[in-house]
Design a protein around this ligand. Structure first.
Ligand SMILES: [Mg+2]
Length: 394
C-alpha cells in the first residue's frame, strides 16, 4: 500500500482538495498569505487568583497562514488580562514576522523557528515576542496536519487516544467571604463529571487556604483530586510553611508557589516537600526548562503553548521532562494542547474549564467521563469559528 492509498484507506476519508494538498507537500510549498485579526472581549464577571484580577476587557490575536497548496494554517493567542497585548502581538507579527516568513516552506518548522529567532532576537525571544514565534509554529503544524489529512497528534508520535482532564474552577470571587460562589463553582465541575479540580490559594492567610481546600475536598468527595495553585505569591519560607499544610491535607499538587524565575528556590522547595511541585506556565523556551529541570525544581511540568514556543518547542520540553522521569500537564486546554499531550507518554492531565458551553474552535472537544477523546479532524484544531471571529473582531 502506498502512502496515498494508506491515507485514503484510513478512518477519515479525504476530500479531493486535501489529497491535492498532500501531493503538493511532496514538492516545495510556499507561505503566500499572512493575515491577522485582533479580537476584543467585553468585561465580564470579575474573578481572581493570588496576584491577578481577571474579568476586565480581554482579547486575542488570530493568525492565518495561507499557502500555494491551498491549505490555511491557523493559530490563536489569547490574552486573559492585558488590554493592549493583542495589538502589540499583531504589530510584531505584521512588522517583524511576516517579512521573515513570506515565501518560506511550512514543511520545515524547526528551520522556520530558527529563522524567526534570528529575525526577532533584537527584541528578545521571551515575552510577547515568543507568542509570535509560537503562533507561527502552531499555524505551520495546522498546515502540515491538514495537508497530510491527519490529526497532528498522530504526526507527533501518538501515545494516547484519550487524555484525563481537570477543571480549574476554584477562583476568588468578589464578596465571597462565605465561599458560596467558590463552592458553587467547584460543585458544578464535580456535577459535570470532573474527577480532579484545581483551586486558587495564597491570596489571603493560611487559615483561608485551609477553608478553601476543606470546602473543595468536601464537595469533591473521596477518590477525587484537588490541586492548589498559588500563582507565584510566596517566597521560599512561606511556600515551605504552607506547602507542608497542603501536603498534609492530601492536595495532589502545589502549583507555581514562587516566581517562575527562582529555579534555585524551586529546587529547594521540591527537595523539602513530598507534594508534587507543578510549574512552567510562565517559562519561555526549552532553555528555561533545562535549567529548572536539571536542578530538579519541578515534579509536574506545565508548558504554555504560547510562552513555551508553540508545538515544536513544547514537544521538546515534554521530552526533556520525560527524560528526567517527570510528569507533564498543559497550562490551559483546547484542541492544540490536547494534540501535544496525546503524543507524550508522561502527560497526566489537560487543564480546562467547563466544557459545557460553546467552543470558540471549529473542532469541539469530546468529553468522556473525566477525560477527552482524541481529535479526529486533520490539523491541530486551532481554527476558530467564523461567527466567533465576526462577533469579537475589532
Ligand atoms: Mg497556574
Amino acid at each position: 500500500m502506498n502512502r496515498r492509498q494508506f491515507l485514503s484507506a484510513g478512518a477519515v476519508s479525504l476530500p479531493a482538495p486535501v489529497l491535492a494538498a498532500t501531493d503538493a507537500l511532496k514538492n516545495q510549498v510556499k507561505i503566500t498569505g499572512f493575515e491577522t485579526d485582533v479580537l476584543r472581549f467585553p468585561p465580564g464577571r470579575p474573578f481572581a487568583d493570588a496576584i491577578h484580577d481577571f474579568g476586565k476587557e480581554g482579547g486575542g490575536v488570530v493568525l492565518r497562514l495561507r499557502t500555494d497548496a491551498g491549505v490555511t494554517g491557523w493559530a490563536y493567542s489569547s490574552f486573559g488580562m492585558i488590554g493592549g497585548g493583542p495589538r502589540v502581538l499583531e504589530s510584531i507579527l505584521q512588522n517583524e514576522v511576516k517579512p521573515a516568513l513570506m515565501g518560506k516552506d511550512p514543511s520545515f518548522p524547526k528551520r522556520l523557528r530558527s529563522d524567526l529567532w534570528k529575525a526577532l532576537e533584537y527584541a528578545g525571544v521571551q515575552g510577547i515576542t515568543q507568542f509570535a514565534i509560537a503562533a507561527v509554529d502552531i499555524a505551520v503544524w495546522d498546515i502540515l496536519g491538514k495537508a497530510a489529512g491527519l490529526p497532528v497528534y498522530k504526526m507527533l508520535g501518538a501515545y494516547a487516544d484519550r487524555m484525563p482532564i481537570y477543571s480549574m474552577c476554584g477562583w476568588y470571587y468578589e464578596n465571597d467571604g462565605d465561599l458560596a460562589q467558590f463552592k458553587q463553582s467547584v460543585g458544578s465541575a464535580i456535577e459535570e463529571g470532573f474527577e480532579a479540580v484545581k483551586i486558587k490559594v495564597g491570596r489571603s492567610s493560611l487559615d483561608d487556604d485551609v477553608n478553601r481546600i476543606s470546602a473543595a475536598q468536601a464537595i469533591a468527595g473521596k477518590g477525587r483530586r484537588v490541586m492548589v495553585d498559588a500563582n507565584q505569591k510566596f517566597n521560599l519560607n512561606e511556600a515551605i510553611r504552607r506547602g507542608r499544610v497542603y501536603q498534609q491535607m492530601g492536595c495532589f499538587w502545589f502549583e507555581e508557589p514562587l516566581v517562575p524565575q527562582d529555579h534555585a528556590g524551586y529546587a529547594e522547595l521540591a527537595h523539602e516537600l513530598d507534594i508534587r511541585i507543578a510549574t512552567g506556565e510562565n517559562e519561555y523556551t526549552k532553555y528555561a526548562y533545562v535549567d529548572l529541570i536539571s536542578r530538579r525544581g519541578a515534579d509536574v511540568v506545565q508548558p504554555d503553548d504560547r510562552r513555551s514556543g508553540g508545538v515544536t518547542e513544547w514537544m521538546e520540553i515534554g521530552a526533556i521532562a520525560d527524560g528526567f522521569g517527570l510528569e507533564l500537564a498543559s497550562h490551559g486546554g483546547g484542541p492544540t494542547n490536547l494534540h501535544m499531550l496525546l503524543a507524550m507518554p508522561n502527560a497526566i492531565y489537560m487543564e480546562t474549564g467547563s466544557l459545557k458551553g460553546d467552543s470558540s474552535s471549529v473542532e469541539k472537544l469530546r468529553p468522556s467521563g473525566s477525560a477527552v477523546l482524541a481529535p479526529e479532524m486533520p490539523g491541530i484544531g486551532s481554527e476558530l469559528r467564523p461567527d466567533y471571529i465576526r462577533k469579537f473582531k475589532v
